[in-house]
Design a protein around this ligand. Structure first.
Ligand code: FES
Length: 123
């Protein structure tokens, strides 16, 4: 944990392979979103921006997993990403990565850490 960490939500809100949670971020002056999901018990955070075309992944808010619960899927052209690495394992941008956002889970709460690229957005 660092003093720059920003609260996202309570741990209980993010179930294994279930709905993710979006949070506001700013990238190069653009307001966009990041998201967290839970996979293998761990929380993973990414910028909500496909590696194919830089648009949001979720087809409905928070819906990032495809039906098997094993991959994150872009709603636009169906690129699938490994939830733990963010690597595209199939689709038009195979081998590319989602931009990782550092997260911390502590005392039943989830936080993210801004970096030089992904900065705090407007709530
Ligand atoms: S924009 Fe995501 S697969 Fe094309």
């Amino acid at each position: 944990m660092s003093q720059n960490d920003i609260f996202i939500c309570d741990s209980a809100e993010i179930e294994e392979g279930g709905k993710g949670k979006r949070f506001p971020v700013k990238v190069r002056g653009d307001d966009t979103s990041g998201f967290v999901v839970r996979y293998g018990g761990q929380i993973y955070g990414y910028l909500n921006r496909c590696a194919h075309v830089p648009i949001e992944l979720d087809w409905a808010e928070g819906e990032f997993f495809e039906s098997s619960g094993l991959y994150l899927m872009c709603a636009t052209h169906g690129a699938v990403y490994a939830p733990d690495t963010g690597k595209c394992e199939g689709g038009p941008c195979t081998g590319a990565h989602l931009h990782k956002i550092m997260t911390t889970e502590k005392d039943g709460q989830i936080f993210w850490t801004p970096d030089d690229y992904v900065k705090p957005g407007q709530a």
